[in-house]
Ligand binder design. Structure first.
Ligand code: AHR
Length: 329
């Protein structure tokens, strides 16, 4: 039996079909075999990089799901947030003749050519986490989160709390051109339209803690602690960097400057419980099993669902305190 753990939910029929796929996969990468000698399915995974706590949890989930025990030979590449390097990595997977490719696209644009090359080589492509602007005919399926809805949840909470009072807000954006930066901005902006919240500045912190800290230092130099009421950070890591900057400037994060962020990774949740962040919208990084299931279906010749949305929750400090001990990331 090829897959023992993460794909245990797959019906016997699927597992048998999978064995057949595994046997034919030797046309792909060097495949090799698992302990029982079964052929492995070679999957190239083009990860964005390692910019955040969310990304580490996502990488771990993918590596667990695409393990040898589950019948996969994972070829992993992290592109350090460089879109050109990520496209080059995908091209490399095609040249290696992997059986399937999974991509967490750094940015939305620029994918048409390489996705067409994968299609020409008959290599199914699954997108996980982020989306692309290329035609959906060029990939089999996407699994991830509704980033616009995350922005909407964050914006609705902001309006509920501050919408009737003049509120000066700064924004730490995610990586420019990425789906979560685009969609979280749109969801939030639509939700606060017509309220008393005024966006006085918005810059990218590239989803990193250092980026969030540096950009927030700039905002604080320009407007002072007293000139900013609210920070909307597109992820927890940037919020955590901003917290350091606010404290260094003599401010109290969560009080002098209210903070909303997205992800709900462990460090973010701890800062929420501590009162340094005021509200977090979750973005679940545990997409590995779903992505592996989509690869399996694609190689079985099935027609997996085109889009699979994973649900998100929202957390106040009290709600975070209730769940922190049971969370996997
Ligand atoms: O694409 C998901 C985003 O990417 C997460 O919110 C962020 O932390 C990560 O780097």
């Amino acid at each position: 039996m090829m897959r023992k753990n993460a794909l245990a939910g797959i019906a016997l029929l699927g597992a048998l079909a999978l064995t057949a796929v595994g046997c034919s996969s030797s046309s792909g990468g060097d495949g090799g075999g698992d302990a029982s000698g079964d052929e492995l399915i070679t999957v190239g995974f083009a990860q964005t990089g390692s910019e955040s706590g969310w990304r580490s949890a996502n990488t771990e989930s993918m590596k667990e799901a695409f393990s040898t025990e589950n019948g996969f030979d994972l070829v992993f590449n992290a592109a350090d947030n460089d879109p050109a390097a990520q496209i080059a990595a995908v091209r490399d997977f095609i040249n290696q003749g992997v059986d399937a490719i999974v991509i967490a696209p750094i940015v939305e644009d620029g994918w048409d050519d390489v996705l067409q090359e994968a299609a020409d080589a008959d290599i199914p492509v699954i997108l996980e986490d982020r989306t692309v602007s290329a035609s959906e005919d060029l990939y089999v399926s996407w699994v991830g989160l509704d980033f616009e809805r995350e922005g909407t949840y964050a914006g609705e909470w902001a309006v509920e709390q501050f919408g009737d009072t003049d509120t000066k807000m700064v924004v730490l954006e995610g990586t420019t051109g990425s789906a979560p930066a685009n969609d979280r901005a749109k969801g939030f902006d639509d939700a606060i339209a017509g309220s008393s919240i005024e966006k006085i500045d918005s810059q990218t912190g590239d989803f990193t803690r250092d980026g969030g800290k540096t950009v927030m230092e700039g905002f604080l130099q320009k407007y002072g602690v007293d000139g900013i009421d609210l920070l909307y950070a597109h992820n927890d890591d940037m919020a955590l960097g901003a917290i350091e900057a606010i404290e260094a400037a003599g401010g109290v994060p969560g009080e002098d400057i209210k903070i909303i962020s997205i992800d709900a990774v462990k460090d973010g949740m701890l800062a929420l419980i501590d009162g340094k962040i005021n509200f977090i919208v979750e973005c679940n990084p545990l997409l590995g099993e779903l992505a592996a299931d989509l690869v399996t279906q694609a190689l079985d010749g099935g027609t997996p669902e085109k889009e699979i949305y994973v649900d998100d929750e929202t957390f106040t400090p009290e709600q975070a305190a209730e769940v922190i001990d049971q969370r996997a990331y």
